[in-house]
Design a protein around this ligand. Structure first.
Ligand SMILES: Cc1cc2nc3c(=O)[nH]c(=O)nc-3n(C[C@H](O)[C@H](O)[C@H](O)COP(=O)(O)OP(=O)(O)OC[C@H]3O[C@@H](n4cnc5c(N)ncnc54)[C@H](O)[C@@H]3O)c2cc1C
Length: 369
């Protein structure tokens, strides 16, 4: 029998879930996606996929993020994504002093063993950094080059996957929905019934579940970044991402675009206002590495809302006591990296595949009451 599935939310979690539901025996599923899109983190994100040298001690998160980074690359390859949506150009991480760079290199050597996607990490000198990213005047510090690092454009990535799914079993509806009960949602004044509902509602997951008296341990965090136009350079699409210590990240994209960001504001709730002062601070950072960047060079200033749990870990699965409700949220600042695997695991659960969620997260009840 065909199962009717609703996906609420069209960010990276919702879009990747739609993609996986359109693969394999897709005729078993009739999928409807509802997405409001305002404040969506995926569209606002910087796009860095490079979790391997994170100093976070949370092993379950690391497993999720490193398997996630591998999956992002696999999806890009199997769906023939173009390099505007996904590019594996490596990441450069610089450190002010040699000791902390050596310490990071030690971590890299240890992690390389079990994470082939990361590639073989190498020391990289200031001059070599300048060769790889000619748009910068000079790197003030040496760094490490992580060959597996990549960048994605969240919006293009999702659109690409949705286009594939729409050719098979997906319909998309724009606008906000309310959850009425475990199987019904309210959309534009009408009630729709589904066998299963996937909540891919990011930072708004707490709000949508409040109607069912389900409380999530989840809070919003505002993030802002800028896109700068820089002098046309035909190689910019091939440049690695640069993550300088205690500065904002540099993400070269497309033919003449450079993303600088992003901020992390914990006390502004769901506010989506563009802060001029933030734009100015980001331009100032850009000037540390590139000559003569001006506020006029800003093409776009983006704001989005991330979702955080108290222990900064994403969580996913069936909501206990609600067998038709599935959720994946709390992805924080690395959700482009973990989002695709979160969705794949949710779809595996819906397809009754055996999976071990323990390796990736604490029991889901930790985040729900
Ligand atoms: C500025 C910024 C920079 C970032 N940079 C990076 C990065 O470099 N690398 C990285 O890995 N991660 C990054 N992230 C984090 C990443 O973007 C997020 O963790 C991830 O995109 C979250 O995806 P999601 O699908 O869970 O939520 P979202 O992308 O926020 O999508 C949720 C969607 O659900 C919709 N929705 C919610 N409620 C309803 C409802 N009731 N009805 C209909 N629709 C609804 C929303 O409108 C939204 O479109 C960044 C985030 C920000 C904000």
């Amino acid at each position: 029998m065909v199962q009717k599935i609703a996906i609420i939310g069209g960010g990276i979690v919702g879009s990747t879930a739609a993609y996986y539901l359109s693969q394999g025996e897709y005729a078993n599923f009739e999928v409807s996606m509802f997405d409001e899109g305002i404040g969506q983190a995926t569209k606002a994100a910087a796009g860095i996929i490079s979790p391997w040298l994170s100093k976070r001690r949370n092993k379950k998160w690391f497993r999720l993020a490193s398997d996630g980074a591998e999956l992002v690359a696999k999806i890009a390859q199997e769906t023939k994504m173009n390099d505007d949506a996904y590019a594996n150009n490596g990441t450069i991480i610089t450190r002010k002093n040699k000791e902390s760079l050596d310490e990071l290199y030690k971590i890299a050597l240890e992690r390389e063993k079990n994470n082939p996607q990361m590639g073989s990490v190498q020391y990289i000198s200031k001059d070599e950094i300048k060769n790889l990213i000619p748009i910068i005047k000079n790197s003030p510090y040496d760094g490490l080059f992580v060959p597996g690092g990549s960048r994605i454009d969240g919006n293009l990535y999702c659109q690409h996957l949705l286009n594939i799914a729409m050719k098979r079993n997906l319909s998309i509806y724009k606008g906000k929905v309310k959850l009425i009960n475990d199987n019904q949602i309210l959309y534009k004044g009408k009630i729709f019934t589904f066998d299963k509902i996937i909540l891919a509602t990011g930072a708004w997951s707490k709000e949508i579940l409040a109607n069912l008296k389900i409380n999530l341990n989840l809070r919003p965090q505002k993030g802002q970044l800028i896109e700068l136009r820089i002098a046309n350079n035909e190689f910019i699409n091939k440049m690695p991402v640069m993550m300088p210590e205690s500065e904002y990240d540099f993400i070269p994209v497309g033919r003449e675009k450079l993303i600088i960001g992003a901020t992390h504001d914990n006390d502004q709730g769901f506010d989506l206002k563009h802060e001029k002062s933030v734009d100015i601070a980001l331009v100032k950072t850009a000037n540390n590495l590139i000559n003569n960047v001006k506020a006029n060079d800003i093409i776009l200033s983006k704001v989005g809302t991330r979702a955080y749990t108290d222990d900064f870990s994403p969580f996913l699965g069936m909501i206990p006591g609600h067998p038709s409700l599935f959720i994946g949220t709390g992805l924080g600042s690395s959700g482009l990296t973990t989002g695709p695997i979160v969705s794949k695991l949710i779809v595996d659960l819906i397809k009754n595949k055996k999976i071990d969620l323990n390796q990736y997260q604490k029991p889901i009840s930790t985040y729900i009451n």
